[in-house]
Design a protein. Structure first.
Lengths: 235, 267
């Protein structure tokens, strides 16, 4: 077990400077060493956004209470996109622990600063049970995200349970607007970075309401027809 | 008293010209948003669509939207405009084209010609952390670049195939990055001068294909308030679409076109 923990640590520190998907899979200790019976992956993906720093969200994730809760919910992997500014903060948290002290609760931790293909990681968090390939089974995971449009939309498209954490420092705080609206419509759970991220995990994993049903307008007009109107063809 | 004649000679005429220009602009805006588009375009003719991309969120949203709305049999030429330094959007545009072409070919077996596309990089209106004192100058630079792009004359822009009768794009679609304000303003300015030249040359009574039409889609993240770009473009865009019911029916002022609610355009 100590060996495995150590492997995780080295894996994550190498991955901070690499974005290669192949590397992640080949270094991921569960795939290499664990017996097939425990190979059902359950991934928690954390994204803090690419442009603005969000140290509060990194701090909310880099603590023992968080890992403990994830372990209770049978999560096996934590992928964290901590942004250009969060790398030092996250690495120093990892460095503060000795291998084998149990603080990660056997969860594989993999951090990276930015990847233009977040969809790949979301794919890892989706429920997949390919027939006859038990070692590729995945349970429905969880996504904890800043309230950025791109991340939320991609999460909704993948049908992931969402915890939406607004970054209050951003201009006119419109992230909070969006997060409140998403929660009230049942598309996700809103949490504050400094308070209830951990307690939101319960709520979000239980909420499976309407992840795949976007809001529709009663009128027949949409982007397609609007563009078409502007072209104004001869009838 | 040398002061009084100076006032009369310079300031009063200047003020008069400014007021007159203001009235013309106001009138042109009202007229432009309310005028019917002449129905002269024939089906099957090539259409040039210009897509303005911005930073991360805007770009992601735009491609989610285009995935649903971009019919390659109609929009035969696509120009993607990105700001300098934004490699993410430029890469995404190329990726999207490859994926979308493959997808549409699979869905529509009768589709043979998927057209072509171009990615044009123009200078940024205001860089992050740039001082507000120099911002007006870079904005003018960006506006000028937009004008050139719309005329097909920007240095790194590809030349359109011969079958396109005009270098100007037929439709401009954008969803709110700062550069979109420059682009829509540039389109309106060009159209104003095209209109004036048609009036002066006596061709204005003959209906012509209307180009440089602008469609603005407010960001999905905007639920109760319009974005800054949205507020600025409310009197300028030909079609203003919003994705939440709370923003429906807004208009710049009395007599102007209202925003229309189209539901989520992004999923």
């Amino acid at each position: 077990m100590m060996q495995q923990c150590f492997d995780i640590r080295t894996a994550s520190s190498i991955l901070t400077c690499s974005q290669s998907h192949v590397l992640i899979i080949s270094l991921s200790p569960t795939i290499l060493f664990s017996p097939p019976s425990v190979m059902v992956r359950k991934v928690c993906l954390v994204t803090v956004g690419a442009t603005a720093a969000f140290p509060e969200l990194v701090a909310a994730v880099a603590n023992e209470q968080f890992f403990k809760t994830l372990a209770e919910k049978n999560f096996t992997h934590l992928y964290i996109q901590y942004g250009a500014h969060g790398r030092h903060q996250f690495d120093s948290y990892l460095a503060g622990h000795q291998p084998g002290d149990g603080l990660f609760h056997d969860i594989d931790v993999i951090g990276f600063d930015f990847d233009k293909d977040l969809g790949y990681y979301m794919g890892l968090a989706m429920e997949k049970k390919p027939h006859g390939k038990p070692h590729q089974h995945q349970e429905l995971g969880l996504m904890i995200t800043h309230a950025g449009t791109g991340s939320i939309l991609e999460g909704l498209r993948c049908g992931l349970p969402l915890i939406i954490v607004p970054n209050p420092k951003l201009a006119d705080n419109h992230q909070e607007d969006l997060a409140i609206q998403m929660e009230s419509l049942g598309y996700g759970v809103m949490a504050r970075a400094d308070r209830d991220v951990v307690s939101a995990i319960d709520k979000a994993t239980e909420q499976r309401v309407k992840r795949f049903s976007p809001m529709k307008s009663e009128s027949k007009e949409d982007v397609l027809s609007a563009l078409h109107d502007q072209l104004s063809y001869v009838d | 008293m040398a002061f009084f004649p100076l006032l009369l000679r310079i300031f009063l005429p200047a003020a008069a010209i400014a007021v007159l220009a203001g009235i013309i602009v106001l009138f042109a805006l009202v007229f432009s948003q309310n005028a019917a588009i002449p129905k002269v375009r024939r089906r099957g003719t090539p259409v040039h669509l210009l897509i303005v991309l911005g930073s991360g969120g805007h770009t992601t949203e735009m491609f989610f939207m285009l995935e649903k709305a971009l019919d390659l049999s109609v929009y035969t030429y696509r120009t993607y405009v990105v700001s300098s330094g934004d490699n993410f959007s430029a890469e995404k545009a190329t990726d999207f084209e490859a994926k979308h072409v493959a997808r549409q070919l699979e869905q529509n077996k009768t589709l043979t010609d998927t057209g072509s596309f171009d990615v044009v990089t123009i200078p940024r209106a205001r860089r992050v952390h740039q001082s507000y004192w120099t911002a007006p100058f870079t904005t003018i630079q960006s506006f000028w670049a937009c004008l050139l792009v719309l005329c097909g004359k920007y240095p790194n822009q590809r030349r359109l195939p011969w079958k396109y009768t005009s270098a100007c794009p037929d439709i401009i679609i954008t969803n709110g990055p700062a550069v979109s304000v420059c682009m829509v303003l540039a389109a309106k300015t060009l159209r104003f001068f095209i209109f004036i030249s048609r009036v002066l040359s006596g061709k204005s009574s003959k209906p012509a294909i209307s180009r440089l039409r602008t469609v603005f889609v407010e960001s999905w993240a905007r639920i109760t308030t319009l974005s800054t770009s949205g507020v600025l473009l409310l009197p300028l865009a030909d079609q203003f679409l919003v994705q939440w019911p709370g923003l429906a029916g807004r208009r710049a002022w009395w007599g102007m076109k209202k925003t229309s609610y189209v539901g989520w355009a992004v999923l």
